[in-house]
Design a protein around this ligand. Structure first.
Ligand SMILES: CC(C)(COP(=O)(O)OP(=O)(O)OC[C@H]1O[C@@H](n2cnc3c(N)ncnc32)[C@H](O)[C@@H]1OP(=O)(O)O)[C@@H](O)C(=O)NCCC(=O)NCCS
Length: 246
C-alpha cells in the first residue's frame, strides 16, 4: 500500500439490511425455475435484480453527463451501451447467475412498490481477472460498481446500497455456495468461491472513496482501466471476505 496517499474515511451504515433470494422462471411460469430474483431492503432503499423493464430509467442514468463525470471513462453513454448492459444483467438473472446488476429504488415507506422512484444501479461483476491476488487462482473475486442518480446524491443512499451488497449480499452468496466466474492468468475461466471484493474509484471521487473505506476496502494501487468509452486512471481497492465454508 502506498502510505504517502491519504484517503477520506467514510462512516459505516448501521441500519437494517433484509434480503431474499428466490428461484424464478421469467419467460414461462410453467417452466422449471432456473432463474433468480433478489430483493434487498435497507432503511431507505429497495434493491432488486435488474429486469428489462428498467431499461428506460437505465438509459437516462448513463446518458447524464453529471452522473458520468467520475464513472468509467467519464463520458455519457449512447443508449446502445446501456441497452447491452441491461440486457446482459437481465439474462444473467434468468440463467441464475447472481453476479449481476441490481436496480436501486427509493423505498416507499407505505410499502407500495409501484411508486418507488428508480435512483440507480449497483453490481457485483463476474469475469474479473484475479491476477491481483498474488496469483491465487483458488480465490474468486468480484468487482462492485455503483451509480446513484445525481438528484439523490449526499443523502446516504450510495452508502446504504453498498453496505447492502458487502454486508448482506456477499455473505449470503457465500453461504448459498454461489461461485463467481473469474479469468485466470492463463486466460481460461473458472468458477471460484467468492473470497474478495474489489472496486475502482477516480481519485477525486470523494463520495465513492468514503463509501469504500467505510466498508473496509483498502487501497491497493493505481491502475489505468479500459472502458467502453475510453481509458481512465483509477484507484484500485480490495476487501477480503471471511472464508466461505467449502
Ligand atoms: C459516488 C456516489 C455513489 C456517492 O453516492 P451518494 O449517495 O451521494 O453517497 P452517500 O450520500 O452515501 O455518501 C457517502 C459518504 O461520502 C460523502 N460524500 C458523498 N458525496 C461527496 C462529495 N461529492 N464530496 C465529499 N464527500 C462526499 C458523504 O458525506 C458520506 O460521508 P460519511 O461516510 O462521512 O457519512 C455517487 O456520487 C455516484 O453515483 N456518482 C457517480 C458514479 C460513481 O462515481 N460511482 C462510483 C465508482 S464505481
Amino acid at each position: 500500500m502506498n502510505s504517502s496517499i491519504t484517503f477520506p474515511s467514510g462512516n459505516p451504515y448501521r441500519g437494517s439490511i433484509e434480503l431474499s433470494i428466490d428461484p424464478a422462471s421469467y419467460d414461462d411460469p410453467g417452466k422449471e425455475k432456473q432463474g433468480l430474483v433478489v430483493h434487498i431492503y435497507t432503511d431507505d432503499l429497495h434493491l432488486r435484480s435488474v429486469e428489462i423493464s428498467d431499461l428506460n430509467d437505465s438509459i437516462g442514468l448513463y446518458k447524464c453527463a453529471e452522473n458520468m463525470k467520475n464513472y468509467g471513462a467519464g463520458q455519457p453513454w449512447e443508449d446502445s451501451i446501456s441497452e447491452r448492459l441491461v440486457q446482459r444483467w437481465s439474462d444473467d438473472w434468468k440463467k441464475g447467475n447472481p453476479f449481476s446488476g441490481f436496480s436501486i429504488f427509493k423505498r416507499n415507506v407505505s410499502g407500495v412498490q409501484d411508486s418507488e422512484p428508480f435512483i440507480g444501479h449497483i453490481c457485483f461483476k463476474s469475469g474479473e481477472n484475479n491476477k491481483a491476488y498474488g496469483g491465487n487462482t483458488e480465490a474468486g473475486s468480484s468487482e462492485m460498481t455503483f451509480m446513484i442518480d445525481h438528484k439523490y446524491w449526499k443523502k446516504g443512499y450510495g452508502k446504504q446500497a453498498a453496505a447492502a451488497m458487502v454486508n448482506g449480499v456477499a455473505p449470503e452468496y457465500q453461504k448459498q455456495g454461489f461461485k463467481v466466474t473469474c479469468a485466470l492468468p492463463d486466460n481460461t475461466q473458472e468458477s471460484l468461491p467468492l473470497e474478495w471484493l474489489t472496486a475502482t474509484a477516480s481519485p477525486e471521487n470523494r463520495g465513492s472513496v468514503k463509501i469504500l473505506t467505510g466498508l473496509g476496502f483498502e487501497f491497493e494501487g493505481i491502475l489505468e482501466k479500459q472502458f467502453v468509452k475510453g481509458k481512465s486512471i483509477k484507484n484500485f481497492y480490495a476487501k477480503p471476505l471471511s472464508k466461505p465454508v467449502r
